[in-house]
Unconditional design. Sequence first.
Length: 500
Amino acid sequence: MTKTVNHWIGGKTVEGTSGQYGPVTDPATGAVTTQVALASVEEVDAAVAAAKAAYATWGTSSLAQRTTVLFRYRALLDAHRDDIAALITAEHGKVHSDALGEVARGLEIVELACGITTQLKGELSTQVSNRVDVSSIRQSLGVVAGITPFNFPAMVPMWMFPLAIACGNTFVLKPSEKDPSAANLLAELASKAGLPDGVLNVLHGDKVAVDGLLNHPDVTAVSFVGSTPIARYIHATASANGKRVQALGGAKNHMLVLPDADLDAAADAAVSAAYGSAGERCMAISAVVAVGAIGDELVAKIRERAEKITIGPGNDPASEMGPLITAAHRDKVASYVTGAAAQGAEVVLDGTGHTVEGFEDGHWIGLSLLDKVSTDSDAYKDEIFGPVLCVLRVDTYEDGVALMNASPFGNGTAIFTRDGGAARRFQLEVEAGMVGVNVPIPVPVGYHSFGGWKDSLFGDHHIYGNDGVHFYTRGKVVTTRWPDPADTPAGVDLGFPRNH
């Protein structure tokens, strides 16, 4: 009998009632191992209603109560790292070490939420006028929703709900239906930590569930991470309904390699950043821009390293890269490689025919390396979201920056150089939200915010860090005037001498 992943609503597992289910596969075998319940509009309403009811008390709970729960939650997550990682590997396919890294990055935000007391401190100005004080405070929003992608089924949800609930909100999480189990375990552990029923709910589904949350009058804010077309839709729809939105979209991250760079370090970085997690991450380096005469040597070094990567099931300790999430996605990624030569690229490595012995039905693809790629080719213009690295050649630093800034995406970028002056210019001139200097994947630590520019972000706030706290709260300013105690009317004695 096929296992079913159901919803988590009001502090307990709730079986799906829509009669609609989605398949969940093991990417290493291609076999359907699980089905996930897909929510109806009525089930969306039930999840939001549970969150709204919980907000009546959680929204007025003390900071001490919230942080006590979060500290216990952090300890439970730490104790269950392997369990969460195993679910990620089973349904997403990434190797166990990558999955553990994902959990660790999510834990950073839980730890930030544990220290929310300092983030929520207000401001006070006294005596702005005679006997007038002005204070600024931040308060929670109410019910907020998170819609998260398949590529980080634990980390991205933890980028959202810990801060949201630490700020006093309640949360409805709609994870990807492709790998849903990790989200349920995160919610179950939160309940064991003492999180009151209904504060964190997990609603599984497809577009019906997404649209239900975007249009629900009791949802005040929506956080999203996914592709640019969907991010644009999420932002437009939720904003039209009066909700605040942070919608993080797709990327085409570039790595500029200057002639003075340590090419061995640059090649190591390019391989790990392009092919780690099988390229299924929005911060993957998918385009290396080689400046000057170093192109041939750099490509040779990347090829040498890429050919040594071991591909296999994620639960095999020897594997360094796993399969892609679905067969359809594998075929789409492969199409960019098979069509590259016709669009002028030199195919240095073609991974489209790769299989793994004993797992022939898995969603396998090998590492692909395309050189001398043109900016008008599909492999360059589109977010491939797979283990395909494009190398572009330019003559000068200025040409490289101009090429990168012409991209509609502006998520992350990197420069490899030994020259501090060049690095300083780059970080000021490049049009991207996150910049690495000799760091290929510049994902900020938890107390700095994550987010891109241009078509990589819709909305005003980046995710987690200070921006995350501001997104999940709203400001209020209070102006106060009190009469002096000495002016108290006759008949009321406060122990102050009378002024008359």
